[in-house]
Design a protein. Structure first.
Ligand SMILES: C[S@@+](CC[C@H](N)C(=O)[O-])C[C@H]1O[C@@H](n2cnc3c(N)ncnc32)[C@H](O)[C@@H]1O
Length: 313
């Protein structure tokens, strides 16, 4: 499915929505935590009954406005929320909902954000902001200008999986003594000055650096962990959780959470001591679902997508 003006082409949308709706449940109250261009929400609207409900959240106001217009024919079923999916507990309680039957997250950013909003792309010289939610606290430039060398090293190592991240952190700390970072090209130029690694390697390296900063600025991994932990209290029995992730750090969080909550034993530091517990989840995707070759051909951004789904028991 293509949106009118390529705001974003949804990835694995049919697979996600098929797994999300447990047809044996009488009523559906579904949360789409990453509304984006509205592709998933639209498919969900087409599948649920007129009396069912959908809460569609995005922290990016531009995405929300775009999707509200795109989905105007379905507006009676949808409550649109400009917020963070990590606040789902409060978001649903404010609209007097205590339990939901489905939660879907299609993580990361939309094509529109990557191309048009400030700081996300290293191919264009824009302000080094990277906040999808303008109420969020700190920009990428502020991180580069104010974090200690050690803190920067940790961000690049943990969120970009960059080897010898200390060298990069040191180069940033030296550079900012001369000139503060303010635009994407300030960072790109620093990388060019410090590393002589050829165009192809440089693109891969910059992608990792920008990913690391984006994850930190938007608190992406903590948001995911929070909503997964909350989801167990927020969902009805038989409810489905479907998560589409785009890099190994997110996928590992989802895989480990599903494994832990579907296990019959509580993990313990002593390998000889195990406590039996009642599993809270049943994993319904034995292996991660990935896009078919056809989808990757049409939409190369889908190539790293991995979908995992589980049901509350
Ligand atoms: C990959 S796009 C989702 C695309 C969507 N499934 C569609 O069909 O168009 C991810 C969206 O999630 C939003 N997002 C990312 N993290 C979020 C969070 N913690 N809370 C709310 N929205 C978030 C982004 O702003 C972006 O619009």
């Amino acid at each position: 499915m293509k949106t009118e003006d390529n705001f974003h082409i949804p990835v694995l949308s049919h697979e996600a929505v098929k797994l999300l709706i447990n047809e044996s449940l009488e009523h559906q109250i579904i949360a789409d935590g990453t509304l984006g261009s509205g592709g998933y929400t639209k498919l969900i609207c087409e599948k649920i009954k007129p009396t069912d409900k959908l809460i569609s959240i995005d922290k990016d106001l531009n995405a929300l406005k775009y999707a509200e217009n795109f989905l105007k024919d379905h507006k009676d079923k949808i409550t649109f929320v400009n917020g963070n999916f990590a606040d789902l507990k409060n978001i649903i309680s404010e609209i007097s909902i205590s339990k939901i039957t489905g939660l879907v997250l299609d993580l990361g950013l939309s094509s529109y954000q990557l191309e048009a909003e400030s700081g996300f792309s290293f191919m264009k010289d824009t302000e080094l902001d990277m906040r999808a939610y303008k109420k969020d606290f700190i920009t990428a430039a502020e991180i580069l200008n104010s974090f200690t060398k050690g803190e920067l090293e940790e961000i690049f190592e943990n969120f970009g999986e960059i080897g010898n991240a200390g060298r990069l952190a040191k180069a940033i700390a030296e550079k900012r003594k001369v000139k503060k970072f303010s635009t994407t090209f300030d960072l790109v130029n620093l990388v060019n000055e410090e590393y002589k690694i050829g165009k192809k390697n440089e693109i891969d390296f910059l992608a990792k650096i920008f990913q690391a900063l984006r994850i930190k600025v938007n608190n992406e991994l903590a948001n995911l962990e929070n909503i997964l932990n909350d989801s167990l209290d927020l969902m009805e029995k038989g409810g489905r959780i479907v998560i589409v992730s785009y890099h190994s750090l997110e996928d590992r969080i989802v895989k480990n959470f599903f494994r832990k909550e579907s296990g019959k034993f509580k993990e313990s530091s002593n390998p000889f001591y195990k406590t039996e517990v009642k599993p809270k989840l049943k994993v319904i995707t034995k292996k991660a679902v990935m896009p078919e070759r056809e989808e990757v051909k049409i939409n190369p951004r889908s190539r790293s997508a991995k979908l995992r789904a589980a049901e509350i028991i």
